[in-house]
Design a protein around this ligand. Structure first.
Ligand code: CMC
Length: 392
């Protein structure tokens, strides 16, 4: 069986080759299929970027129109799947609701489950891209006790999602184009990030030849964790508790530095980025503008800025190369858009979906793929004999 090299957290273990996303953590570089994230965030759209990640090239106008209309044809949920949302408690967190509904897609759409049938993979790709925003909006509607809206396929993906989230059946809903643009940009920034925890999960589950729906559901569950996508929600909780505790930034930073159990500066630090997170730089640039145009004058934003200032000049954070990551400011923007804290990680999931799909497809097509099966170093008892109950 040979010698096993331990690498907890896989900090230095490459699990695959990949042609999708390039990160240089020291230089703060992030590119999808070679295109810098800064250019895509400014010039592309989420749907176009999804196409780029999944198919490898930017679409022509015709390709984009076809892709968009294919997605639009699949935004409806099966009526029986809609009933899922009745069954959850109203105060349920929407992330497990999301992953349950995505798992359930594999029960409703059994005609697109074969990982090695390109038509099946294509259909499940389109179904997922089309249905996740609908599922996400329904998970939200459930928490606020409002009626579910059918998708309006004359709208774009983001506009449709906003309408299904914030609209009412009896009233027209005017999508604020600035809000839609900002959300579209945030989705682009989240769209892929190579072999992070949730993406590695999607690949690992898929490596057992599990279908795309259940592989993505597993990724959603990984993303739920506060050290991963759940951080955007945790940042807001942290800022709220600092405010409630009198707004004393220094006191909070002391607690972080003392490593009090469970006390971390959420939204800071990254496994790969050690100088800055290029996504955070873009979010920060746009945060002020978006918050201003939404008329949000948030005391938590002021706290976040002060906290960032203090941390960036503190030796603890400097020595450990801890900088704001993508999650530090996104929650404040989502809050200003009207989303409750519980929905933040759901928004991350919508953004990350094309990345999960692209990585799963690359994995399944790669002849070098084997079932993911790490080894261990055993530290338990050596062999010992069974002792009958009355002798223990
Ligand atoms: N606050 C305080 N100390 C920290 C933080 C933080 N946010 N992050 C890392 N450290 C310390 C850590 O205690 C360790 O200290 P020491 O060397 O004295 O033991 C040192 O910095 C190195 O940290 P690590 O935990 O070994 O680093 P990692 O690569 O295993 O973890 C991380 C990366 C992102 C999980 C971590 O930085 C963290 O928990 N950050 C807060 C949660 C967060 O914002 N997550 C979002 C990440 S970006 C988007 C995403 O992936 O979803």
């Amino acid at each position: 069986t040979g010698v096993v090299t331990l690498d907890p957290g896989f900090t230095n273990t490459g699990s695959t080759t990949s042609a999708i996303t390039y990160i240089d953590g020291d230089a703060g570089i992030l590119r999808y299929r070679g295109y810098p994230i800064e250019q895509l965030a400014k010039q592309s759209t989420f749907i176009e970027t999804s196409y780029l990640l999944i198919y490898g090239e930017l679409p022509t106008e015709t390709q984009l129109a076809n892709f968009t209309s294919r997605i639009n044809r699949h935004t409806l949920l099966h009526e029986d799947l809609k009933r899922f949302f009745d069954g959850f408690p109203r105060d349920a967190h929407p992330m497990p609701v999301l992953s349950s509904a995505v798992s359930a897609l594999s029960t409703f759409y059994q005609d697109s489950l074969d990982p090695f049938n390109p038509e099946h993979v294509e259909l499940s790709t389109v179904r997922l891209l089309a249905k996740l925003p609908t599922i996400a909006a329904y998970a939200y509607k459930k928490t606020v006790g409002q009626p579910l809206l059918y998708p309006d396929n004359s709208l774009g993906l983001v506009e449709n999602f906003l309408r299904m989230s914030f609209g009412f059946p009896a009233e027209p809903y005017d999508v604020d184009p600035k809000l839609a643009k900002a959300l579209d940009q945030l989705f682009i920034l989240h769209a892929d990030h190579e072999q992070n925890c949730s993406t590695s999960t999607v690949r690992l589950v898929g490596s057992a030849h599990a279908n795309l729906f259940v592989s993505v559901a597993a990724g959603i569950n990984a993303l739920f964790g506060p050290l991963h996508g759940g951080a955007n929600e945790a940042v807001l909780q942290m800022l709220g508790s600092i405010r409630d505790d009198g707004g004393d930034i220094d006191k909070f930073v002391q607690r972080v530095k003392a490593k009090e159990p469970g006390v971390k500066l959420m939204g800071f630090g990254h496994r790969v980025y050690k100088n800055y997170d290029p996504r955070a730089a873009i979010v920060k640039q746009t945060a002020d503008g978006i918050l201003e145009s939404l008329g949000a004058n948030d005391e938590l934003l002021d706290l976040a800025k002060q906290l960032e200032e203090v941390a960036l000049h503190d030796d603890y954070f400097i020595q450990r190369k801890l900088y704001p990551n993508v999650d530090f400011y996104t929650g404040l923007i989502y809050k200003a858009m009207g989303f409750p804290t519980k929905m933040f990680t759901v928004l991350f999931a919508i953004g990350r979906l094309p990345g999960w799909i692209a990585q799963w497809r690359e994995m399944i097509q790669d002849p070098a793929t084997k079932i993911g099966r790490p080894r261990q170093v055993y530290t338990g008892y050596t062999a010992r004999d069974y002792v009958p109950g009355d002798n223990r």
